[in-house]
Design a protein around this ligand. Structure first.
Ligand code: GLA
Length: 390
């Protein structure tokens, strides 16, 4: 199946915009979704991760209005909404809540009173761990700040998105998704250190294998999932250790030995056990990716999955079956559940020569057990946030 390019999406959406608003957009912003090679549930624990943007985007087309009304047309939901900048209350549908929350934060950060015509669409599957909501926030924030020539840089976009999630939507998420959407560079991996909010790039050109995404089609979103509980458990763990030891350190500086202080709190122990080891795996992964050692990369993915499933407990039965079927095939170097968890997708490293057989095998095994079709596709890496000024 041919992949949709960003240019094609933009071309199609520009026509929609013209039809909807009888004028051209003034700016277009394309924010990609992401995969995460490794480093799961480490971002809100000041840890490390290696994500990369993929060739799926949320695209915002925007123009200013003379009044303070906000018009939004959503291509994906085929719905239009009209509201006033001063009526940014909560509303039922999630996509609308994200948009309103984002506008609310921009308004309060910049004291902005303008009205806008928006057209928003994209091809990132919603709710499957590829960060469609983060891309939505990034594309809205960046398009408005740029169009209105407000004072900002990429870190400011990151900060605004984080305020939207934490303070308005009540998700205690880290910055992994938005960071990847903004800062990625095609054919490079991004190693992010969330304790310092800084990153480094290293080359992404391992040979002989492909990254494959397997979408379990089990939908989840961060607002309604157990995600916030995991964040709380990690905080509780670190607070307990600090209280018992009189340290005042964050999770990225404690060691496995420090976990002895919380041995009796089994769940909390397990959560921190995952985070400490996952950070370690991120460091190892960087070395193996640079060397291109496919077996070792695969092992690290498998270890990460084992930990996410057994210690962090963010997997589900469909994902476990996918991992099991994948392991049965000789093309599989390794794979793991990706993103917030409780459904969504797995990311896998697969031998190029046997890729098609692998895909057919996992699809058919899954169908035999669950009686519905899953989607499997190869990852195509992409650049981070881009603008088109008209
Ligand atoms: C979701 C969140 C991220 C991160 C991952 C887990 O994608 O949005 O901030 O916590 O889960 O690594």
């Amino acid at each position: 199946m041919a992949r949709i390019t960003k240019d094609n999406l933009i071309f199609e959406y520009k026509n929609f915009f013209l039809k909807e608003y009888n004028s051209n957009p003034e700016i277009i912003s394309a924010a990609p979704g992401r995969v995460n090679i490794i480093g799961e549930h480490t971002d809100y624990n000041q840890g490390l991760a290696i994500p990369a943007a993929i060739d799926k985007w949320i695209i915002t087309l925007l123009s200013r209005r003379d009044d303070s009304y906000i018009n939004v047309y959503s291509i994906n939901y085929k719905k239009r909404k009209k509201f006033n900048f001063n009526q940014l209350d909560t509303s039922e549908e999630l996509w609308e809540r994200y948009i309103k929350a984002t506008l609310f934060v921009i308004k309060s950060e910049y004291n902005l009173e303008l009205g806008f015509n928006f057209l928003i669409g994209g091809n990132i599957p919603i709710g499957f761990g590829m960060s469609s909501s983060a891309a939505l926030e990034v594309s809205i924030v960046s398009s408005i700040l740029s169009l209105c020539s407000l004072d900002y840089d990429n870190y400011k976009i990151l900060k605004i998105c984080n305020i939207v999630e934490k303070e308005i939507l009540g998700i205690n998420s880290g910055m992994l998704d938005q960071y990847a959407s903004i800062f990625s560079v095609k054919n490079k991996f991004l190693l992010i250190d969330f304790s310092k909010i800084e990153h480094q790039y290293f080359k992404n050109d391992i040979q002989g294998s492909s990254w494959i995404l397997i979408n379990s089609m089990v939908k989840r979103n961060l607002i309604d999932s157990e995600y916030n509980n995991r964040v709380d458990e990690c905080r509780e763990g670190i607070d307990l250790i600090n209280k018992k030891t009189k340290y005042n350190i964050s999770l990225n500086s404690i060691s496995i030995k420090d976990l002895d202080y919380i041995k009796k709190q089994k769940n909390i122990y397990n959560r921190l056990f995952h985070v400490i080891n996952e950070n370690h795996r991120v460091r190892q992964m960087k070395n193996e990716l640079v060397k291109g050692d496919l077996n070792k990369i695969g092992d690290l993915l498998n270890q990460s999955h084992h930990s996410l499933s057994n210690y962090f407990e963010v997997s589900c039965k469909e994902i476990e079956s996918i991992i099991q079927f994948s392991k049965n095939h000789s093309a599989f170097y390794g794979g793991r559940i990706m993103g917030g968890g409780f459904g969504g997708s797995t990311i896998n490293l697969i031998d190029n020569n046997l890729k098609n057989e692998f895909i057919a095998y996992v699809k058919s095994e899954f169908y035999n057990e669950y009686n519905y079709k899953i989607e499997i596709e190869e990852v195509c890496f992409a650049d981070g946030l881009e603008f088109v000024t008209i």
